[in-house]
Write a protein that binds this ligand. Structure first.
Ligand SMILES: Cc1ncc(C[n+]2csc(CCOP(=O)(O)OP(=O)(O)O)c2C)c(N)n1
Length: 594
Protein backbone atom coordinates (compact mmCIF):
# COMPACT_ATOMS: atom_id res chain seq x y z
CA UNK A 1 0.00 0.00 0.00
CA UNK A 2 1.29 3.49 -0.76
CA UNK A 3 0.08 7.00 -0.14
CA UNK A 4 -1.88 8.39 -3.08
CA UNK A 5 0.24 11.55 -3.28
CA UNK A 6 3.35 9.32 -3.69
CA UNK A 7 1.57 7.47 -6.50
CA UNK A 8 0.81 10.75 -8.30
CA UNK A 9 4.42 11.92 -8.16
CA UNK A 10 5.72 8.53 -9.30
CA UNK A 11 3.29 8.70 -12.22
CA UNK A 12 4.60 12.14 -13.19
CA UNK A 13 8.23 10.99 -13.00
CA UNK A 14 7.37 8.07 -15.25
CA UNK A 15 6.38 10.61 -17.88
CA UNK A 16 10.04 11.77 -17.75
CA UNK A 17 9.07 15.00 -16.04
CA UNK A 18 11.67 16.20 -13.58
CA UNK A 19 10.31 19.61 -12.65
CA UNK A 20 7.00 20.56 -11.10
CA UNK A 21 6.20 24.27 -10.94
CA UNK A 22 4.28 25.19 -7.81
CA UNK A 23 3.43 27.66 -5.10
CA UNK A 24 2.59 25.89 -1.87
CA UNK A 25 -0.56 26.00 0.25
CA UNK A 26 -2.08 23.71 2.84
CA UNK A 27 -4.09 21.77 0.28
CA UNK A 28 -1.03 20.52 -1.67
CA UNK A 29 1.38 19.84 1.19
CA UNK A 30 0.97 16.07 0.84
CA UNK A 31 1.86 16.20 -2.84
CA UNK A 32 4.88 18.44 -2.28
CA UNK A 33 6.03 16.27 0.59
CA UNK A 34 5.99 13.36 -1.83
CA UNK A 35 8.30 15.35 -4.13
CA UNK A 36 10.60 16.18 -1.21
CA UNK A 37 11.25 12.51 -0.61
CA UNK A 38 12.69 11.86 -4.09
CA UNK A 39 15.79 13.02 -5.88
CA UNK A 40 14.58 12.45 -9.46
CA UNK A 41 12.07 15.31 -9.47
CA UNK A 42 12.27 18.90 -8.23
CA UNK A 43 9.77 21.41 -7.01
CA UNK A 44 10.36 24.74 -8.72
CA UNK A 45 8.84 27.12 -6.22
CA UNK A 46 7.61 30.28 -7.90
CA UNK A 47 6.01 33.37 -6.37
CA UNK A 48 2.67 33.36 -8.16
CA UNK A 49 0.67 30.45 -9.55
CA UNK A 50 0.19 32.26 -12.87
CA UNK A 51 3.96 32.15 -13.36
CA UNK A 52 4.00 28.48 -12.45
CA UNK A 53 1.42 27.79 -15.15
CA UNK A 54 3.31 29.84 -17.78
CA UNK A 55 6.57 28.10 -16.82
CA UNK A 56 4.91 24.69 -17.19
CA UNK A 57 3.59 25.75 -20.59
CA UNK A 58 7.06 26.73 -21.79
CA UNK A 59 8.53 23.55 -20.30
CA UNK A 60 6.07 21.45 -22.31
CA UNK A 61 6.66 23.41 -25.49
CA UNK A 62 10.38 22.83 -25.25
CA UNK A 63 10.37 19.18 -24.12
CA UNK A 64 7.55 18.34 -26.53
CA UNK A 65 5.88 16.04 -23.99
CA UNK A 66 4.25 17.59 -20.92
CA UNK A 67 4.47 20.32 -18.31
CA UNK A 68 3.17 20.03 -14.77
CA UNK A 69 2.12 22.79 -12.37
CA UNK A 70 0.46 22.58 -8.98
CA UNK A 71 -1.42 25.01 -6.81
CA UNK A 72 -3.37 25.00 -3.62
CA UNK A 73 -7.16 25.29 -3.49
CA UNK A 74 -9.05 28.58 -3.84
CA UNK A 75 -6.77 31.52 -4.66
CA UNK A 76 -3.90 29.28 -5.77
CA UNK A 77 -6.07 27.38 -8.22
CA UNK A 78 -7.72 30.53 -9.54
CA UNK A 79 -4.36 32.22 -10.03
CA UNK A 80 -3.46 29.47 -12.52
CA UNK A 81 -6.47 30.08 -14.75
CA UNK A 82 -4.77 32.53 -17.16
CA UNK A 83 -1.94 30.04 -17.71
CA UNK A 84 -4.41 27.20 -18.21
CA UNK A 85 -6.23 29.32 -20.78
CA UNK A 86 -2.96 30.07 -22.52
CA UNK A 87 -2.29 26.32 -22.91
CA UNK A 88 -5.83 25.84 -24.16
CA UNK A 89 -5.60 28.49 -26.88
CA UNK A 90 -2.05 27.58 -27.92
CA UNK A 91 -2.54 23.78 -27.76
CA UNK A 92 0.04 22.92 -25.10
CA UNK A 93 -0.10 19.62 -23.18
CA UNK A 94 0.05 20.46 -19.49
CA UNK A 95 -1.20 18.70 -16.39
CA UNK A 96 -2.45 21.08 -13.70
CA UNK A 97 -3.00 19.65 -10.26
CA UNK A 98 -4.89 21.57 -7.61
CA UNK A 99 -5.39 20.70 -3.99
CA UNK A 100 -8.95 20.77 -2.70
CA UNK A 101 -10.52 20.80 0.76
CA UNK A 102 -11.29 17.40 2.31
CA UNK A 103 -14.22 15.60 0.69
CA UNK A 104 -16.12 15.77 4.00
CA UNK A 105 -16.05 19.58 3.91
CA UNK A 106 -16.64 19.99 0.16
CA UNK A 107 -20.02 21.22 -1.00
CA UNK A 108 -20.34 18.97 -4.08
CA UNK A 109 -23.76 19.79 -5.64
CA UNK A 110 -25.25 21.62 -2.69
CA UNK A 111 -26.31 25.14 -3.67
CA UNK A 112 -24.31 26.75 -0.86
CA UNK A 113 -21.33 28.96 -1.83
CA UNK A 114 -18.66 27.33 0.27
CA UNK A 115 -18.28 24.98 3.23
CA UNK A 116 -14.52 24.59 3.65
CA UNK A 117 -11.92 27.37 3.87
CA UNK A 118 -10.51 28.25 0.42
CA UNK A 119 -12.95 25.83 -1.16
CA UNK A 120 -13.56 26.75 -4.80
CA UNK A 121 -15.10 24.66 -7.55
CA UNK A 122 -12.06 24.97 -9.84
CA UNK A 123 -13.23 22.14 -12.07
CA UNK A 124 -16.31 24.11 -13.16
CA UNK A 125 -14.20 27.25 -13.60
CA UNK A 126 -11.70 25.60 -15.96
CA UNK A 127 -14.05 23.23 -17.85
CA UNK A 128 -14.26 25.53 -20.89
CA UNK A 129 -10.45 25.90 -20.95
CA UNK A 130 -9.38 22.27 -20.59
CA UNK A 131 -9.62 18.96 -22.44
CA UNK A 132 -10.35 17.18 -19.16
CA UNK A 133 -11.01 18.49 -15.66
CA UNK A 134 -12.08 16.23 -12.80
CA UNK A 135 -12.40 16.27 -9.06
CA UNK A 136 -10.93 12.97 -7.88
CA UNK A 137 -13.18 12.07 -4.98
CA UNK A 138 -12.61 8.29 -5.21
CA UNK A 139 -8.97 7.43 -4.46
CA UNK A 140 -9.15 4.12 -6.32
CA UNK A 141 -9.79 6.02 -9.58
CA UNK A 142 -6.54 7.97 -9.48
CA UNK A 143 -4.73 5.84 -12.06
CA UNK A 144 -7.70 6.08 -14.46
CA UNK A 145 -7.86 9.88 -14.15
CA UNK A 146 -4.10 10.36 -14.51
CA UNK A 147 -3.88 8.11 -17.58
CA UNK A 148 -6.91 9.69 -19.20
CA UNK A 149 -5.80 13.23 -18.41
CA UNK A 150 -2.32 12.76 -19.86
CA UNK A 151 -3.62 10.84 -22.87
CA UNK A 152 -6.04 13.64 -23.68
CA UNK A 153 -3.49 16.38 -23.01
CA UNK A 154 -1.21 14.92 -25.68
CA UNK A 155 -3.49 13.38 -28.26
CA UNK A 156 -5.20 15.07 -31.19
CA UNK A 157 -4.98 18.82 -30.69
CA UNK A 158 -2.99 18.98 -27.45
CA UNK A 159 -4.14 21.05 -24.51
CA UNK A 160 -4.33 21.42 -20.75
CA UNK A 161 -5.99 19.08 -18.27
CA UNK A 162 -6.67 19.53 -14.56
CA UNK A 163 -7.11 17.14 -11.67
CA UNK A 164 -8.46 18.47 -8.39
CA UNK A 165 -7.30 16.33 -5.45
CA UNK A 166 -8.99 16.74 -2.04
CA UNK A 167 -6.60 16.57 0.90
CA UNK A 168 -8.07 13.39 2.36
CA UNK A 169 -7.79 11.72 -1.06
CA UNK A 170 -4.10 12.74 -1.29
CA UNK A 171 -3.35 11.01 1.99
CA UNK A 172 -5.40 7.84 1.32
CA UNK A 173 -3.36 4.65 1.11
CA UNK A 174 -3.94 2.70 -2.09
CA UNK A 175 -2.74 -0.53 -3.63
CA UNK A 176 -1.25 0.41 -7.03
CA UNK A 177 -1.84 -3.11 -8.37
CA UNK A 178 -5.57 -2.88 -7.85
CA UNK A 179 -6.36 0.39 -9.59
CA UNK A 180 -8.44 0.42 -12.78
CA UNK A 181 -6.65 2.13 -15.68
CA UNK A 182 -7.76 4.14 -18.71
CA UNK A 183 -5.24 2.94 -21.30
CA UNK A 184 -6.62 -0.12 -23.03
CA UNK A 185 -10.14 0.53 -21.74
CA UNK A 186 -13.05 0.48 -24.25
CA UNK A 187 -13.20 4.29 -23.96
CA UNK A 188 -9.53 4.59 -24.92
CA UNK A 189 -9.85 2.11 -27.79
CA UNK A 190 -12.82 4.03 -29.16
CA UNK A 191 -10.88 7.30 -29.04
CA UNK A 192 -7.97 5.71 -30.91
CA UNK A 193 -10.31 4.42 -33.62
CA UNK A 194 -11.67 7.90 -34.29
CA UNK A 195 -8.26 8.74 -35.77
CA UNK A 196 -8.42 9.48 -39.52
CA UNK A 197 -5.79 8.56 -42.10
CA UNK A 198 -4.58 11.02 -44.73
CA UNK A 199 -6.04 10.04 -48.10
CA UNK A 200 -3.79 9.23 -51.05
CA UNK A 201 -6.21 10.98 -53.36
CA UNK A 202 -5.76 14.22 -51.39
CA UNK A 203 -1.98 13.89 -51.50
CA UNK A 204 -2.04 13.33 -55.25
CA UNK A 205 -4.32 16.36 -55.73
CA UNK A 206 -1.97 18.53 -53.67
CA UNK A 207 1.10 17.32 -55.59
CA UNK A 208 -0.62 18.33 -58.84
CA UNK A 209 -1.63 21.71 -57.41
CA UNK A 210 1.97 22.34 -56.30
CA UNK A 211 3.27 21.42 -59.74
CA UNK A 212 0.79 23.72 -61.49
CA UNK A 213 1.25 26.71 -59.22
CA UNK A 214 3.33 29.68 -60.38
CA UNK A 215 3.14 31.71 -57.17
CA UNK A 216 2.83 29.15 -54.35
CA UNK A 217 3.26 30.08 -50.69
CA UNK A 218 3.27 28.04 -47.49
CA UNK A 219 1.77 29.67 -44.40
CA UNK A 220 3.32 27.93 -41.38
CA UNK A 221 1.43 28.24 -38.11
CA UNK A 222 2.03 27.11 -34.56
CA UNK A 223 0.81 23.62 -35.46
CA UNK A 224 4.08 22.93 -37.28
CA UNK A 225 6.01 22.99 -33.99
CA UNK A 226 3.20 21.54 -31.90
CA UNK A 227 3.10 18.49 -34.14
CA UNK A 228 6.90 18.21 -34.22
CA UNK A 229 6.86 18.84 -37.97
CA UNK A 230 9.61 21.48 -38.37
CA UNK A 231 12.09 19.05 -39.97
CA UNK A 232 9.44 17.84 -42.43
CA UNK A 233 8.60 21.43 -43.32
CA UNK A 234 12.25 22.09 -44.20
CA UNK A 235 12.25 18.93 -46.30
CA UNK A 236 9.15 20.08 -48.16
CA UNK A 237 10.78 23.45 -48.78
CA UNK A 238 13.96 21.87 -50.08
CA UNK A 239 11.96 19.55 -52.37
CA UNK A 240 9.74 22.27 -53.80
CA UNK A 241 11.43 25.63 -53.18
CA UNK A 242 8.10 27.10 -52.11
CA UNK A 243 8.42 30.37 -50.15
CA UNK A 244 7.26 30.29 -46.54
CA UNK A 245 5.55 32.99 -44.50
CA UNK A 246 4.52 32.39 -40.92
CA UNK A 247 1.97 33.47 -38.39
CA UNK A 248 3.19 34.87 -35.07
CA UNK A 249 2.96 31.38 -33.56
CA UNK A 250 4.69 29.83 -36.55
CA UNK A 251 7.78 32.06 -36.42
CA UNK A 252 10.05 29.29 -35.15
CA UNK A 253 8.80 26.73 -37.66
CA UNK A 254 11.72 27.51 -39.99
CA UNK A 255 15.21 29.06 -39.60
CA UNK A 256 15.09 32.63 -40.82
CA UNK A 257 18.25 32.38 -42.89
CA UNK A 258 16.48 29.86 -45.13
CA UNK A 259 16.22 31.57 -48.56
CA UNK A 260 12.54 30.53 -48.74
CA UNK A 261 11.62 32.41 -45.53
CA UNK A 262 9.63 35.58 -46.14
CA UNK A 263 8.69 36.70 -42.65
CA UNK A 264 5.65 37.04 -40.46
CA UNK A 265 2.27 38.01 -41.88
CA UNK A 266 -0.69 39.63 -40.18
CA UNK A 267 -1.93 42.81 -38.60
CA UNK A 268 1.58 43.62 -37.33
CA UNK A 269 3.40 41.53 -39.90
CA UNK A 270 5.87 42.80 -42.44
CA UNK A 271 4.41 44.54 -45.45
CA UNK A 272 6.53 42.37 -47.75
CA UNK A 273 5.27 39.19 -46.03
CA UNK A 274 1.65 40.24 -46.39
CA UNK A 275 2.22 41.14 -50.05
CA UNK A 276 3.83 37.77 -50.66
CA UNK A 277 0.85 35.95 -49.25
CA UNK A 278 -1.70 38.25 -50.88
CA UNK A 279 -0.28 37.63 -54.36
CA UNK A 280 0.01 33.87 -54.11
CA UNK A 281 -1.90 31.64 -56.51
CA UNK A 282 -1.68 28.62 -54.17
CA UNK A 283 -1.62 28.85 -50.39
CA UNK A 284 -0.82 25.81 -48.28
CA UNK A 285 -1.86 26.62 -44.70
CA UNK A 286 -0.23 24.37 -42.10
CA UNK A 287 -1.51 24.28 -38.52
CA UNK A 288 -2.72 27.84 -38.35
CA UNK A 289 -6.09 28.93 -37.04
CA UNK A 290 -6.28 32.01 -39.27
CA UNK A 291 -7.50 34.43 -36.63
CA UNK A 292 -8.28 38.02 -37.54
CA UNK A 293 -4.81 39.18 -36.44
CA UNK A 294 -3.57 37.21 -39.44
CA UNK A 295 -6.30 37.66 -41.97
CA UNK A 296 -7.40 41.17 -41.06
CA UNK A 297 -11.04 41.91 -40.41
CA UNK A 298 -11.88 40.95 -44.03
CA UNK A 299 -11.19 37.20 -44.24
CA UNK A 300 -13.03 37.16 -47.58
CA UNK A 301 -10.15 39.18 -49.06
CA UNK A 302 -7.43 36.92 -47.59
CA UNK A 303 -5.36 35.16 -50.27
CA UNK A 304 -8.26 35.85 -52.62
CA UNK A 305 -6.22 35.08 -55.73
CA UNK A 306 -5.09 31.71 -54.42
CA UNK A 307 -6.31 28.16 -54.31
CA UNK A 308 -6.30 27.52 -50.57
CA UNK A 309 -5.43 24.25 -48.84
CA UNK A 310 -5.78 24.09 -45.06
CA UNK A 311 -4.27 21.31 -42.93
CA UNK A 312 -5.17 21.19 -39.26
CA UNK A 313 -5.64 18.49 -36.62
CA UNK A 314 -8.74 20.24 -35.32
CA UNK A 315 -11.68 19.84 -37.72
CA UNK A 316 -13.38 22.83 -36.10
CA UNK A 317 -10.66 25.12 -37.47
CA UNK A 318 -11.25 24.02 -41.08
CA UNK A 319 -13.43 26.38 -43.11
CA UNK A 320 -14.13 28.25 -39.88
CA UNK A 321 -12.89 31.71 -40.83
CA UNK A 322 -11.43 31.43 -44.32
CA UNK A 323 -13.15 29.24 -46.87
CA UNK A 324 -10.71 26.86 -48.54
CA UNK A 325 -10.69 24.66 -51.63
CA UNK A 326 -9.24 21.64 -49.84
CA UNK A 327 -9.54 21.04 -46.10
CA UNK A 328 -7.47 18.25 -44.59
CA UNK A 329 -7.91 17.11 -41.03
CA UNK A 330 -4.52 15.74 -40.07
CA UNK A 331 -1.59 16.05 -37.74
CA UNK A 332 0.68 18.52 -39.57
CA UNK A 333 3.87 16.46 -39.06
CA UNK A 334 2.19 13.30 -40.36
CA UNK A 335 0.73 15.21 -43.28
CA UNK A 336 4.12 16.67 -44.18
CA UNK A 337 5.83 13.28 -43.94
CA UNK A 338 3.20 11.78 -46.25
CA UNK A 339 3.39 14.70 -48.68
CA UNK A 340 7.19 14.53 -48.81
CA UNK A 341 6.92 10.87 -49.67
CA UNK A 342 4.37 11.67 -52.37
CA UNK A 343 6.79 14.26 -53.80
CA UNK A 344 9.79 11.94 -54.01
CA UNK A 345 9.89 12.23 -57.81
CA UNK A 346 8.52 15.78 -57.94
CA UNK A 347 9.88 18.25 -60.48
CA UNK A 348 9.53 21.66 -58.87
CA UNK A 349 7.97 24.38 -61.03
CA UNK A 350 10.15 27.28 -62.13
CA UNK A 351 9.71 29.83 -59.33
CA UNK A 352 12.43 32.27 -60.44
CA UNK A 353 10.01 34.94 -61.56
CA UNK A 354 8.02 34.59 -58.32
CA UNK A 355 11.18 34.89 -56.20
CA UNK A 356 12.19 38.00 -58.19
CA UNK A 357 8.82 39.54 -57.30
CA UNK A 358 8.85 38.75 -53.61
CA UNK A 359 12.53 39.61 -53.13
CA UNK A 360 11.58 42.93 -54.70
CA UNK A 361 8.88 43.41 -52.07
CA UNK A 362 11.39 42.68 -49.33
CA UNK A 363 13.93 45.13 -50.76
CA UNK A 364 11.42 47.90 -51.33
CA UNK A 365 9.45 47.52 -48.09
CA UNK A 366 11.80 46.76 -45.21
CA UNK A 367 10.28 47.00 -41.74
CA UNK A 368 11.24 50.08 -39.76
CA UNK A 369 9.21 51.32 -36.80
CA UNK A 370 9.73 55.07 -37.35
CA UNK A 371 12.66 56.98 -38.75
CA UNK A 372 14.86 57.73 -35.70
CA UNK A 373 17.88 59.97 -35.31
CA UNK A 374 20.87 58.65 -33.34
CA UNK A 375 21.34 58.34 -30.40
CA UNK A 376 17.71 57.07 -30.38
CA UNK A 377 17.36 53.32 -30.71
CA UNK A 378 15.34 52.01 -33.64
CA UNK A 379 13.53 48.94 -32.23
CA UNK A 380 13.43 46.83 -35.40
CA UNK A 381 17.12 47.34 -35.97
CA UNK A 382 17.72 46.51 -32.32
CA UNK A 383 15.94 43.16 -32.78
CA UNK A 384 18.10 42.29 -35.76
CA UNK A 385 21.23 43.17 -33.78
CA UNK A 386 20.11 41.17 -30.75
CA UNK A 387 19.37 38.13 -32.89
CA UNK A 388 22.87 38.26 -34.36
CA UNK A 389 24.24 37.75 -30.84
CA UNK A 390 21.96 34.85 -29.91
CA UNK A 391 23.22 31.33 -30.23
CA UNK A 392 21.77 28.29 -31.96
CA UNK A 393 19.38 26.41 -29.72
CA UNK A 394 18.53 29.39 -27.53
CA UNK A 395 14.90 29.95 -26.63
CA UNK A 396 13.51 33.43 -27.22
CA UNK A 397 10.56 34.28 -24.97
CA UNK A 398 8.40 37.19 -26.01
CA UNK A 399 6.00 39.12 -23.87
CA UNK A 400 3.07 41.07 -25.31
CA UNK A 401 2.95 44.49 -26.89
CA UNK A 402 5.13 46.49 -29.23
CA UNK A 403 8.21 44.65 -27.97
CA UNK A 404 6.66 41.39 -29.19
CA UNK A 405 5.78 42.76 -32.60
CA UNK A 406 9.22 44.31 -33.20
CA UNK A 407 10.68 40.90 -32.40
CA UNK A 408 8.11 39.09 -34.56
CA UNK A 409 8.96 41.36 -37.48
CA UNK A 410 12.71 41.61 -37.20
CA UNK A 411 14.29 39.02 -34.86
CA UNK A 412 16.11 36.56 -37.13
CA UNK A 413 15.79 33.09 -35.63
CA UNK A 414 18.66 30.72 -36.24
CA UNK A 415 18.52 26.97 -36.74
CA UNK A 416 17.17 25.22 -33.66
CA UNK A 417 16.14 28.41 -31.92
CA UNK A 418 12.65 28.41 -30.49
CA UNK A 419 10.39 31.39 -29.94
CA UNK A 420 7.76 31.14 -27.20
CA UNK A 421 4.79 33.49 -27.31
CA UNK A 422 1.48 33.67 -25.51
CA UNK A 423 -0.44 33.67 -28.78
CA UNK A 424 -4.17 33.24 -28.31
CA UNK A 425 -4.25 34.49 -24.72
CA UNK A 426 -1.81 37.35 -25.40
CA UNK A 427 -0.99 37.56 -21.69
CA UNK A 428 1.38 40.23 -20.48
CA UNK A 429 3.73 38.75 -17.90
CA UNK A 430 4.34 35.59 -19.95
CA UNK A 431 7.94 36.00 -21.08
CA UNK A 432 9.82 35.90 -17.77
CA UNK A 433 8.19 32.73 -16.36
CA UNK A 434 8.33 31.17 -19.84
CA UNK A 435 12.10 31.59 -19.76
CA UNK A 436 12.15 29.88 -16.39
CA UNK A 437 10.31 26.85 -17.79
CA UNK A 438 12.26 26.79 -21.04
CA UNK A 439 15.69 26.81 -19.43
CA UNK A 440 14.73 24.05 -17.01
CA UNK A 441 13.41 21.92 -19.85
CA UNK A 442 16.73 22.17 -21.66
CA UNK A 443 19.49 23.11 -19.27
CA UNK A 444 22.22 23.34 -21.90
CA UNK A 445 20.54 26.25 -23.71
CA UNK A 446 19.81 29.66 -22.34
CA UNK A 447 16.80 31.87 -22.90
CA UNK A 448 16.39 35.44 -24.05
CA UNK A 449 13.44 37.43 -22.72
CA UNK A 450 12.07 40.34 -24.73
CA UNK A 451 9.54 42.33 -22.75
CA UNK A 452 8.11 45.81 -22.24
CA UNK A 453 8.43 47.91 -19.10
CA UNK A 454 4.73 47.23 -18.46
CA UNK A 455 4.87 43.48 -19.02
CA UNK A 456 7.91 42.93 -16.82
CA UNK A 457 5.99 44.42 -13.89
CA UNK A 458 3.26 41.77 -14.20
CA UNK A 459 5.38 38.83 -13.03
CA UNK A 460 8.52 40.65 -11.93
CA UNK A 461 8.66 38.54 -8.75
CA UNK A 462 10.08 35.65 -10.80
CA UNK A 463 13.38 37.52 -11.06
CA UNK A 464 13.98 35.99 -7.64
CA UNK A 465 13.30 32.45 -8.90
CA UNK A 466 15.58 32.94 -11.89
CA UNK A 467 18.31 34.48 -9.71
CA UNK A 468 17.97 31.77 -7.02
CA UNK A 469 18.38 29.01 -9.61
CA UNK A 470 21.04 31.03 -11.45
CA UNK A 471 19.39 30.31 -14.79
CA UNK A 472 20.99 31.55 -18.03
CA UNK A 473 18.22 34.04 -18.83
CA UNK A 474 19.11 37.31 -20.60
CA UNK A 475 16.32 39.82 -20.08
CA UNK A 476 15.91 42.71 -22.51
CA UNK A 477 13.36 45.35 -21.55
CA UNK A 478 12.20 47.52 -24.43
CA UNK A 479 11.50 50.44 -22.10
CA UNK A 480 9.40 53.15 -23.72
CA UNK A 481 8.09 54.37 -20.37
CA UNK A 482 4.49 53.54 -21.26
CA UNK A 483 2.12 50.74 -22.21
CA UNK A 484 3.18 51.30 -25.78
CA UNK A 485 0.94 49.02 -27.78
CA UNK A 486 -2.25 50.47 -26.34
CA UNK A 487 -0.80 53.99 -26.37
CA UNK A 488 -0.23 53.64 -30.11
CA UNK A 489 -3.86 52.53 -30.45
CA UNK A 490 -5.03 55.54 -28.42
CA UNK A 491 -2.91 57.84 -30.58
CA UNK A 492 -4.61 56.43 -33.69
CA UNK A 493 -8.20 56.14 -32.53
CA UNK A 494 -8.62 58.29 -29.36
CA UNK A 495 -7.07 61.57 -30.44
CA UNK A 496 -3.93 60.88 -28.42
CA UNK A 497 -5.75 60.74 -25.07
CA UNK A 498 -3.37 58.37 -23.30
CA UNK A 499 -5.42 57.33 -20.28
CA UNK A 500 -3.72 54.58 -18.24
CA UNK A 501 -0.93 54.05 -20.77
CA UNK A 502 0.97 57.28 -20.09
CA UNK A 503 -1.41 59.19 -17.80
CA UNK A 504 -1.52 57.25 -14.56
CA UNK A 505 1.15 54.75 -15.62
CA UNK A 506 4.42 54.32 -13.77
CA UNK A 507 7.55 52.23 -13.82
CA UNK A 508 10.29 52.18 -11.19
CA UNK A 509 14.03 52.24 -11.82
CA UNK A 510 14.32 48.73 -13.24
CA UNK A 511 18.09 48.52 -12.85
CA UNK A 512 17.70 49.07 -9.12
CA UNK A 513 15.07 46.31 -9.07
CA UNK A 514 17.48 43.94 -10.86
CA UNK A 515 20.14 44.95 -8.37
CA UNK A 516 17.83 44.11 -5.45
CA UNK A 517 17.48 40.59 -6.84
CA UNK A 518 21.26 40.34 -7.28
CA UNK A 519 21.05 40.29 -11.09
CA UNK A 520 23.74 42.25 -12.97
CA UNK A 521 22.23 44.91 -15.20
CA UNK A 522 23.00 47.31 -18.03
CA UNK A 523 21.35 50.32 -19.62
CA UNK A 524 21.35 50.88 -23.37
CA UNK A 525 20.41 54.50 -24.06
CA UNK A 526 22.38 55.15 -27.23
CA UNK A 527 22.23 53.24 -30.52
CA UNK A 528 26.01 53.46 -30.71
CA UNK A 529 26.36 51.39 -27.53
CA UNK A 530 23.93 48.66 -28.53
CA UNK A 531 26.30 46.13 -30.08
CA UNK A 532 28.85 46.33 -27.30
CA UNK A 533 26.40 45.97 -24.43
CA UNK A 534 24.44 43.16 -26.06
CA UNK A 535 27.69 41.27 -26.63
CA UNK A 536 28.78 41.84 -23.04
CA UNK A 537 25.41 40.73 -21.61
CA UNK A 538 25.26 37.64 -23.79
CA UNK A 539 28.77 36.58 -22.83
CA UNK A 540 27.94 36.46 -19.10
CA UNK A 541 26.76 33.32 -17.38
CA UNK A 542 23.61 33.32 -15.27
CA UNK A 543 20.86 35.92 -15.49
CA UNK A 544 21.48 39.41 -16.88
CA UNK A 545 19.07 42.35 -17.10
CA UNK A 546 19.32 44.92 -19.89
CA UNK A 547 17.17 48.04 -19.78
CA UNK A 548 16.84 49.38 -23.34
CA UNK A 549 15.63 52.99 -23.24
CA UNK A 550 13.39 53.91 -26.16
CA UNK A 551 11.57 57.06 -27.10
CA UNK A 552 8.05 57.08 -25.72
CA UNK A 553 6.59 57.68 -29.18
CA UNK A 554 8.09 54.44 -30.54
CA UNK A 555 5.63 52.74 -32.86
CA UNK A 556 5.03 49.42 -34.54
CA UNK A 557 4.94 49.95 -38.26
CA UNK A 558 3.43 48.93 -40.56
CA UNK A 559 0.08 48.05 -39.05
CA UNK A 560 -3.10 46.77 -40.58
CA UNK A 561 -6.17 48.86 -39.87
CA UNK A 562 -9.79 47.77 -39.75
CA UNK A 563 -11.45 46.74 -43.02
CA UNK A 564 -8.36 46.67 -45.21
CA UNK A 565 -6.98 43.57 -46.91
CA UNK A 566 -3.62 42.49 -45.46
CA UNK A 567 -1.52 43.93 -48.31
CA UNK A 568 -2.88 47.42 -47.65
CA UNK A 569 -1.19 48.36 -44.38
CA UNK A 570 -0.87 51.72 -42.66
CA UNK A 571 1.03 53.92 -43.47
CA UNK A 572 -0.78 53.29 -46.74
CA UNK A 573 0.97 53.17 -50.07
CA UNK A 574 -0.45 55.47 -52.74
CA UNK A 575 -3.21 53.62 -54.53
CA UNK A 576 -1.35 53.50 -57.85
CA UNK A 577 1.82 52.23 -56.17
CA UNK A 578 -0.17 49.42 -54.54
CA UNK A 579 -1.80 48.67 -57.88
CA UNK A 580 1.61 48.45 -59.56
CA UNK A 581 2.90 46.06 -56.90
CA UNK A 582 -0.08 43.75 -56.88
CA UNK A 583 -0.38 40.86 -59.32
CA UNK A 584 -4.07 40.44 -58.52
CA UNK A 585 -6.89 42.97 -58.50
CA UNK A 586 -7.21 45.40 -55.60
CA UNK A 587 -10.16 45.21 -53.28
CA UNK A 588 -12.69 47.77 -54.55
CA UNK A 589 -12.04 51.20 -53.13
CA UNK A 590 -15.63 51.60 -52.07
CA UNK A 591 -15.10 48.62 -49.77
CA UNK A 592 -12.44 50.52 -47.88
CA UNK A 593 -13.89 53.03 -45.43
CA UNK A 594 -11.89 56.17 -44.52
C1 LIG B 1 -2.56 40.57 -18.64
C2 LIG B 1 -2.81 41.59 -19.70
N1 LIG B 1 -3.40 42.77 -19.39
C3 LIG B 1 -3.60 43.70 -20.36
C4 LIG B 1 -3.26 43.46 -21.66
C5 LIG B 1 -3.54 44.50 -22.74
N2 LIG B 1 -2.29 45.00 -23.33
C6 LIG B 1 -1.79 44.50 -24.47
S1 LIG B 1 -0.36 45.20 -24.93
C7 LIG B 1 -0.38 46.22 -23.59
C8 LIG B 1 0.73 47.21 -23.35
C9 LIG B 1 2.03 46.54 -23.12
O1 LIG B 1 2.94 47.48 -22.60
P1 LIG B 1 4.44 47.10 -22.35
O2 LIG B 1 4.54 45.82 -21.63
O3 LIG B 1 5.15 48.24 -21.75
O4 LIG B 1 4.97 46.80 -23.81
P2 LIG B 1 5.08 47.78 -25.08
O5 LIG B 1 3.80 47.65 -25.84
O6 LIG B 1 5.30 49.17 -24.59
O7 LIG B 1 6.23 47.21 -25.84
C10 LIG B 1 -1.51 46.00 -22.81
C11 LIG B 1 -1.85 46.76 -21.58
C12 LIG B 1 -2.68 42.19 -21.95
N3 LIG B 1 -2.35 41.84 -23.19
N4 LIG B 1 -2.44 41.31 -20.96
Amino acid sequence: MIKLSDYVIEFIVQQKINHIFEFIGGAITHLLDSVYQRDDVNCISVHHEQSGAFAAEAYARINGRLGVAMATSGPGALNMVTGIGSCWFDSVPCLFITGQVNTYEYKFDRPIRQIGFQETDIVSVVKPLTKYAELVSDATMIRFHLEKAIYLARSGRPGPVLLDLPMDVQRTRINPDELPGFLGSPEHVEMEMAYRKISHADLATIAKMLADARRPVILAGGGVRTSGGAAQLLELVSRTGIPVVTSLMGLDAIPHDCPAFFGMIGAYGNRYSNMTLANSDLLLILGSRLDTRQTGTRPDTFARGAKRIHVDIDPLELNAKVQVHLAIQADVAEFLAALNKQLECFTPPDLNEWYRTINGYRDRYPTVSLPTEPPAIEPNRFMAQLSDHCREGEVVCLDVGQNQMWAGQSFRLKKGQRMLISGGMGAMGFALPAALGATLAEREHGAVVICGDGGIQVNIQELETIARLCLPVKIFIMNNGCLGMVRQFQDMYFGGRQQSTVVGYGCPDLNRIADAYGIPSFIIDDAAKTEKIIAQAMSMSGPVFVNVLLEQISCVNPKLVVNRPIEDMSPHLERDELEREMLIGLVDEQDVPD
